[in-house]
Design a binder for this molecule. Sequence first.
Ligand SMILES: [Zn+2]
Ligand SMILES: [Zn+2]
Length: 185
Amino acid sequence: MISPKLLKIPIERITAKGFDLPVLLGAEWMAHWQERQPGLEFSLKSPLSGTIHLEKVDGYILVRGMLKGELRLNCSRCLESFLEPLECRFELVLRPGLPVVAAEEVELTLEELDEDYYSGEELDLEGIIQEQLLLAVPLKPLCQEACLGLCPYCGANLNRETCSCHREKFNQPFALLSKLTKTSK
Ligand SMILES: [Zn+2]
Ligand SMILES: [Zn+2]
């Protein structure tokens, strides 16, 4: 396992010749991240592995990555956890950060604000990897395209069981209403 410390890359190490950095991040790394950022809605089933290529071109840093792993996600409809393979490719161009003094004099256009910068002595590759992972994880994960979700009345997982709520609703339109009035008393 590569330790997260190794993901801080000294800028001077990145040259025009470029190099490939093998990445292998496992459960321990994920647990650390979850500690620092509670509310992450996924975890790693198998370690995240891949390669990140770093290269300097005219003062810009080129980051090209390929990461593979297996995610454990929670279905947004039935709430069950399921596994999904992940393959994430990305390419970023980082501009050298503006010196603090100059930054006040230079007016940034919107387009420029959208770009990523690097500054200081080190490149935080861990932050970049985390950002790319967050982009790769689906916003509303589904265990299957046709997931039936949970019954809104009794909470049964309709992928696994059928309940009688729908039938009741159609045959006795006032059954639910009377149930509600009873419970609210
Ligand atoms: Zn589901
Ligand atoms: Zn039901």
